[in-house]
Design a protein around this ligand. Structure first.
Ligand SMILES: Cc1cc2nc3c(=O)[nH]c(=O)nc-3n(C[C@H](O)[C@H](O)[C@H](O)COP(=O)(O)OP(=O)(O)OC[C@H]3O[C@@H](n4cnc5c(N)ncnc54)[C@H](O)[C@@H]3O)c2cc1C
Length: 426
């Protein structure tokens, strides 16, 4: 008996990767009316703070912080013409963010921000993060910080990885009227981590007990800040119910990774994608690819092929070393799925500088795929390797997203450019 062949899907676009770049590509392609398949494991997005950075730091060696991300991008593009941002105009960047944020609102994740200006958000260690778009739950902190509003920071006995006292103390010089309180978790600690606490916060009973316990601490306070654990699946409802119970604006401070904020993105996205018609292979990978005259055929599965996807085009959003979009060998760095050439330091000795904390970063961080102006990866001859293959997000060459604070922006802006180019070819 011959084994049955795996089920086959025919789509316009195959998205490889379900990190932020893959999520953005799939979301924007669906909004464009394209049929989409996507495969991947959660990638780095599970660790994400939920903040969407465009650009906050340039040059990295000087650690210069910018309030205006577009002025920062213009300076970066002039200094680093190989940075992916140098290929995208400001109107395209604004359109990319507007479209993705609109998609997120449609799946229950509201975002806010200033026109042409970075927001300022406190971090769990009490520093200030400059970022472009902010989850609704964190947004009030920007206004609170700017006018130094008298604010109470709350944490819970037994919670690991977040200290309201430490945050209040470190933020003191820029936000002097901060007070802090540590409370027992209402109805008993479910476990000492944000995830089970965030789930418990979705219960009206837990919120009511919390509001009662907080009442004696609210005199003279204009806002209340919590670690980011006000719900996972019902964040909108949890935030507004708590705001109502306390009679004050409330906000969240991101916690250290892995964080509830990443889980929220993952959960909302995984629920929404199939509902919007995408063929989804969550937790699966593309195991192999065959290029056809007009497009590709992918085998998708865990360890064994479970489905075949024929697509007119593909978006490679497979990330860096953690996501497995790039693989390091003794002799160099490779791209495993298509075997594309990877731009990288000339020798392994040049991968890293002498000091681990070199403020200028390390050569290996800028390794990745070179592309044409529309993010089609180049083959060995310097021409696009395939007519309709795009590479987006952190797999690209020429950036250092973690030092430049441009991770989400890189994902969203390049995904948008790729999808727009592909849609125009239909
Ligand atoms: C700790 C941490 C905190 C962060 N905080 C912020 C922040 O505050 N602000 C901000 O803007 N950004 C932040 N980011 C960065 C942001 O999350 C990154 O930009 C993003 O994770 C990189 O996205 P990516 O989609 O390019 O890659 P990844 O997230 O690594 O995703 C790669 C994907 O490719 C998939 N894949 C690999 N091989 C295959 C294959 N053969 N077939 C199918 N799929 C495949 C993987 O399974 C995965 O789904 C943070 C990241 C981390 C790690």
């Amino acid at each position: 008996m011959t084994p049955a062949s795996p089920p086959r899907h025919d789509v316009d676009l195959m998205v490889l990767g379900t990190g932020l770049a893959g999520m953005a590509a799939a979301a924007l392609a669906l909004k464009r009316g394209l049929s989409v398949a996507l495969a991947g494991t959660p990638g780095e997005s599970l660790f994400a703070s939920g903040l969407l950075d465009l650009l906050a730091v340039h040059p990295v060696a000087e650690g210069r912080i910018w309030n205006d991300p577009f002025a920062a991008v213009a300076a970066l593009a002039a200094d680093e013409p190989n940075h992916p941002y140098a290929r995208v105009s400001r109107p395209e960047m604004e359109a990319a963010f507007a479209s993705f944020v609109d998609f997120l609102a449609g799946i229950g994740l509201d975002y806010h921000g200033h026109d042409g200006k970075n927001a300022m958000i406190p971090t769990p260690v009490g520093t200030i993060k400059h970022t472009y778009r902010v989850p609704a739950g964190m947004w009030p902190a920007d206004a609170g910080l700017r006018r130094a509003a008298p604010t109470l920071l709350v944490d819970f006995e037994g919670l690991k990885g977040f200290s309201a006292a430490q945050a209040a103390q470190t933020l003191g010089p820029v936000w002097p009227c901060l007070r802090h309180v540590r409370l027992p978790f209402p109805d008993g600690l479910p476990a000492p981590y944000p995830e089970p606490m965030a789930l418990a916060m979705e219960s009206p009973r837990v919120r009511e007990s919390l509001a009662k316990a907080l009442a004696p601490h609210l005199r003279g306070v204009e806002m209340v800040g919590f670690p980011a654990m006000l719900g996972i699946y019902r964040t909108r409802e949890t935030l507004s119910a708590l705001r109502e119970l306390l009679g004050l604006p409330v906000f969240e401070i991101p916690t250290i990774p892995p964080a509830v904020t990443g889980l929220r993105l993952k959960a909302a996205f995984e629920e929404a994608m199939p509902r919007r018609g995408a063929a989804t292979f969550f937790g699966k990978l593309a195991l192999g690819v065959t290029a056809r005259a007009r497009g590709f055929t992918f085998t998708v599965g865990g360890s064994e092929p479970e489905a075949e996807v024929a697509a007119r085009g593909a978006v490679l959003a497979t990330g860096r070393f953690f996501g497995k979009g790039l693989v390091a060998h003794r002799k160099g760095v490779g791209e495993p799925l298509f075997g594309l050439p990877v731009v990288q330091p000339a020798s392994r000795a040049d991968w890293h500088g002498q000091s681990m904390f070199d403020p200028a970063g390390h050569g290996i961080n800028r390794a990745g795929l070179a592309t044409d102006v529309r993010f089609r990866p180049l083959g060995p001859d310097g021409e696009p390797a395939f007519e309709t293959l795009y590479a987006v997000g952190s797999i690209l060459a020429g950036h250092d997203w973690s030092r430049q604070k441009c991770g989400a922006g890189l994902a969203i802006v390049t995904a948008h450019a790729a999808v727009e180019d592909f849609a125009a070819r239909k």
